[in-house]
Design a binder for this molecule. Structure first.
Ligand code: UD1
Length: 362
């Protein structure tokens, strides 16, 4: 029986851990899964609602770290998590993604000689100014088992000199949650509540510091998005960081007078129901590039690079950066397409990745 500590901290972790814990519980003769929530995200809309929507059991440990500078947040998680490790003495710690909780917990394990498995290993944007890129690189370097979502991940790891025996291509576990939840999401009334029935609309998410922390960049993005919204309404569930910067930079009025509808962050099922009916998604999120690929929805990524190149190869995702003309041109091109584009789903994005992760751990 393997005792596994499964780490979650921030919003994009929850949909990755849910299918893994479900599978471990199903195989209870082989696995004893415990959940540790670092508390990096703590708002009901950023955390609790995901536990409910995804059926994740209550965490066994809640470290309640909350928001702080990167150094303070990472250090506090390390200090609190070390005590959990010493108490539980797990066989493996499983970390997902690329947030500060991921590197913090992996680093504690490597110092204590506890084995770490990294789910979503090998993704690289090549942009070291991105906090997540540093988290990914370092987590992969110190992990014992590197579980990749696509084969570009394997190639990146091999190029970096990682021992081939540590790498296992298992597919994309976010897609397990997506396929599991599609039917459940049909019960959501979000489209009715936003008066979108029978209408074309776009969905927008923005939260990267490089897009929303500098007034000029954010202003140029908003100009482009207002122009897109003249063609079809844009629904914008905003991350807390983004919302507070909209206030700080005085952008609230631009939004109020536009066809962009700013709303609170949505839970997993409501958000799935919303974007799965969209004509177009505009985002700087990592996960949403993948979810739109799996569902064949056109996505414009408002960044200069992506650690998920397979979403571009498969035909749904276009990197448009932050230049106004480039964004509006790409959006209008997508909206003028007569037929939906032929898209492909990447290998092993099949809803069975959690099973392969469990097999690899055994
Ligand atoms: C984190 C991840 C990012 C991920 C994002 C998804 C890192 C380095 N970044 O960024 O990769 O894409 O989560 O959302 O780990 N806040 C709240 N309530 C919350 C959480 C945050 O109000 O529940 C606000 C706080 O003002 C906080 C700010 O958001 O200071 C940033 O939160 P933080 O966890 O530091 O990073 P994110 O930008 O959310």
């Amino acid at each position: 029986m393997l005792k596994i500590l499964n780490i979650v901290g921030a919003r994009p972790n929850f949909m990755k851990i849910a299918p893994i814990v479900r599978e471990m519980k199903r195989r209870s003769d082989e696995f004893l899964p415990l959940i540790v929530h670092t508390g990096q995200h703590y708002d009901a809309a950023m955390s609790d609602s995901f536990f409910e929507d995804l059926g994740i059991p209550k965490p066994d440990y809640h470290l309640e770290i909350g928001s702080a500078s990167h150094a303070v947040q990472t250090a506090k998680i390390m200090m609190a998590f070390e005590l959990v490790i010493l108490q539980e003495k797990p066989d493996w710690v499983l970390v997902v993604g690329d947030v500060n909780s991921t590197i913090a917990c992996a680093l504690v394990c490597s110092k204590l000689g506890v084995k770490v498995a990294h789910v979503e290993a090998g993704l690289r944007s090549g942009d070291m100014t991105m906090p997540e890129e540093v988290n990914r690189l370092l987590t992969d370097r110190i992990s014992d088992l590197l579980l990749t979502p696509s084969t570009d991940g394997d190639e990146n790891l091999l190029k970096e000199g990682i021992t081939p025996g540590k790498i296992k291509f298992v597919g994309n576990v976010m897609i397990d949650s997506l396929f599991y939840s599609l039917k459940l999401a049909e019960n959501s009334n979000v489209r009715e509540d936003l008066s979108l029935i029978g209408k074309d609309y776009a969905v927008l998410t923005l939260h990267r510091p490089s897009n929303v922390d500098e007034k000029e960049t954010f202003a140029e993005l908003l100009d482009a998005l207002v122009e897109v919204s003249e063609k079809l309404p844009v629904i914008f569930p905003a991350h807390p960081r983004t919302k507070s910067n909209i206030e700080k930079f005085g952008f609230a009025e631009i939004l109020q007078t536009s066809n962009i509808k700013l709303i609170e962050p949505l839970g997993y099922l409501d958000f799935l129901r919303l974007y799965s009916g969209a004509k177009l998604v505009l985002t700087d999120s990592g996960g949403l590039q993948e979810e739109t690929t799996a569902l064949g929805i056109p996505c414009l990524t408002l960044r200069e690079n992506t650690e998920r190149p397979i979403t571009i190869e498969m035909g749904t995702n276009i990197l448009v950066g932050t230049n106004r003309a480039k964004i509006t041109q790409a959006a209008f091109d997508v909206l003028s397409r007569k037929q939906t584009q032929d898209t492909k789903i990447p290998p092993l994005w099949d809803g069975k990745t959690a099973e392969r992760i469990c097999d690899a751990l055994l």
